[in-house]
Write a protein that binds this ligand. Structure first.
Ligand SMILES: [Zn+2]
Length: 190
C-alpha cells in the first residue's frame, strides 16, 4: 500500500464567482493563467485583490477558474492580521463563515460569508485512493520529518474525486510549524 504523499503549501488566496469577478475587474473579464496547479484545470492567476477586515488588509492571489461562490482562504496568522476569526472548513463549505471586503481594480465587494481557514486535506482520484487504501472523508494523519522540526499533522481529511490529483494541501502556518519550504513528501498514517 502506498504511503508517501506530496505536500504542497497554499498561501492565502481567493476564488471568485463570475459575478464578483465582473464587479472587481470589469464585465466579462477573463483571468490570466500564471501557473498551473497540481489539481487539473486549477491555476494561479496574475491578478491580485486586496482583502480587508476591521484591523488590516492583505494582498492575495486569485486561483482560477471562477467558482460557484467567492471564497477567501486564510491562515490563522492572516485572519489575525485582518482582525477576523474564521472557521476551519473544507473548501466549498462556507455557510455562516466570515465576512470580509474584497477590492479589485474596478470595484469593491463586501461578502457576508466566504472567508475560511482551509481544513488540511489530501486530494485523490478514486484510483489513487484505492492505491493508498483510503476513502473519501476519511481522517488520517501525515508525518513529515525533513528539517529538524518533525511534525505529525492530525485531522487531515481525504477528499476523493475524479477531478483531483494526489496532493496534500496545508496553509503557511502549518508549513512554518514543520519548517516546510517548497514541495515536500510526507507519510500517511492511518
Ligand atoms: Zn486542496
Amino acid at each position: 500500500m502506498k504511503k508517501e504523499i506530496m505536500i504542497e503549501t497554499s498561501a492565502r488566496h481567493c476564488h471568485l464567482s463570475r459575478a464578483d469577478l465582473d464587479t472587481l475587474f470589469g464585465e466579462g473579464y477573463e483571468l490570466t493563467n500564471k501557473k498551473d496547479l497540481s489539481q487539473p484545470g486549477q491555476f494561479a492567476c496574475e491578478e491580485k485583490v486586496v482583502v480587508s477586515g476591521p484591523k488590516g488588509s492583505l494582498k492575495m492571489s486569485i486561483l482560477g477558474p471562477v467558482r460557484k461562490a467567492t471564497q477567501v482562504e486564510l491562515s490563522f496568522t492572516d485572519a489575525r492580521a485582518l482582525g477576523v476569526t474564521a472557521p476551519i472548513r473544507e473548501s466549498g463549505d462556507i455557510a455562516g463563515s466570515t465576512g470580509v471586503t474584497i477590492e479589485g481594480p474596478k470595484g469593491k465587494i463586501e461578502i457576508a460569508e466566504g472567508a475560511i481557514i482551509a481544513k488540511r486535506h489530501i486530494h485523490f482520484t478514486p484510483e489513487e485512493a484505492a492505491e493508498y487504501g483510503v476513502e473519501d472523508k476519511q481522517i488520517v494523519s501525515v508525518r513529515y520529518e525533513g528539517t529538524g522540526r518533525a511534525i505529525i499533522f492530525g485531522d487531515v481529511v481525504v477528499r476523493v474525486s475524479p477531478k483531483f490529483a494526489a496532493a496534500m494541501h496545508i496553509d503557511t502556518d502549518e508549513a512554518n510549524a514543520g519548517a516546510i519550504a517548497g514541495t515536500v513528501y510526507g507519510e500517511i498514517i492511518k
